[in-house]
Ligand binder design. Structure first.
Ligand SMILES: Cc1cc2nc3c(=O)[nH]c(=O)nc-3n(C[C@H](O)[C@H](O)[C@H](O)COP(=O)(O)OP(=O)(O)OC[C@H]3O[C@@H](n4cnc5c(N)ncnc54)[C@H](O)[C@@H]3O)c2cc1C
Length: 280
């Protein structure tokens, strides 16, 4: 287990919030912002959901002023699968805490059985709070419609490809098709959306975003790039040096195993990294 934790430390900032905040401070010194995520999902009892909620509030309050108070949360860890009311209540408390410290809360998107419910909870809270944003996954067949709706409602969207294994009825399967869908959604959000986040390590998509926004006269202050802690850190600095806004997703906590496995499943290079480390 210790060996596994060591390997995961490439992708996870540490077990406690202090370690994550220290990473955030180091990123800030490089001109890079962070969004902090305490790992954990699928909570099935009220007390655990309340604990997760309290620790998100505490995290918002402990991020120092010089570092943006920006966190990412998962509805499944806030009681979404127990009851919608409980989840809304828990998340409202986090959004109140965020408001007090001028913070921002992003709802991560999970597997497709939670998509509709996550979007509904988001829309309900969005009518009361503006310090909140959602994630949309380009691989889902429904996402072009969700993007249109988000643009109409001026919602802040982080666009990613999607990290969960989904069936063909629900999501595109082939990478060229997912890339094409990503670009169509990204172009719509960049032209008409509210400060979208282009969340990808895929150079084809990063390069297209740069070329497309230059050609369309969309300034670098109208969007940001986002990447995950541990992936392409040299590219973060290059983008900042070129005048782009960059935010890194900084996960931390003791429940890092599902997150770590998702990163391994995604890319052969991540697995190779782990194997190389094992033999060193
Ligand atoms: C900030 C952030 C937040 C996210 N939040 C969510 C979420 O809420 N819900 C969700 O389902 N998913 C989320 N994801 C994960 C996302 O859906 C993808 O699973 C993940 O980002 C992998 O897709 P990719 O586009 O980054 O590139 P990949 O599909 O992994 O890679 C495609 C290509 O990108 C290039 N590339 C990738 N990495 C590198 C590298 N290290 N060096 C050089 N080239 C590289 C290569 O050309 C590669 O072939 C998030 C991702 C990010 C970055």
């Amino acid at each position: 287990m210790k060996a596994l934790a060591f390997l995961a430390s490439r992708f996870v900032a540490g077990e406690g919030p202090q370690e994550a905040v220290r990473v955030g401070e180091r990123l800030k010194a490089r001109g890079i912002n962070a969004t902090f995520d305490e790992l954990g999902e699928d909570v099935h009892d009220k007390d655990a959901a309340a604990r997760t909620m309290r620790s998100a509030c505490a995290l918002l309050r402990m991020i120092p002023k010089g570092v943006e108070r920006n966190i990412s949360i998962k509805m499944s860890s806030m009681g979404q699968e127990i009851s919608r009311e409980l989840c809304v209540e828990n998340v409202s408390q986090i959004l109140d805490a965020a408001r007090e410290v001028d913070g921002f809360v992003r709802f991560d998107m999970e597997g497709s059985k939670l998509t509709e419910s996550t979007i509904r909870i988001f829309q309900e809270l969005r009518s009361r709070y503006d310090n909140v944003g959602i994630v949309l996954q380009a691989y889902l067949h429904r996402t072009p419609d969700d993007v249109k709706e988000a643009v109409r409602r001026k919602d802040r969207v982080r666009l990613c490809k999607g990290a969960y294994k989904e069936p063909p009825e629900v999501a595109l399967q082939a990478m060229p098709e997912i890339r094409k869908a990503y670009l169509a959604c990204a172009h719509e959000l960049l032209a008409n959306g509210n400060y979208p986040a282009i969340a990808t390590h895929d150079e084809a998509l990063v390069g297209d975003t740069i070329a497309h926004t230059k050609a369309a006269g969309i300034g670098p202050e109208r969007f940001e790039f986002q990447m995950l802690y541990g992936l392409r850190s040299r590219r973060w600095d290059e983008l900042v040096a070129q005048g782009y806004r960059m935010r890194v997703y900084v996960p931390f906590g003791t429940h890092w195993i599902p997150y770590f496995y998702r990163r391994l499943r995604e890319r052969r290079e991540n697995v190779l990294f782990v194997l190389r480390s094992l033999f060193r």
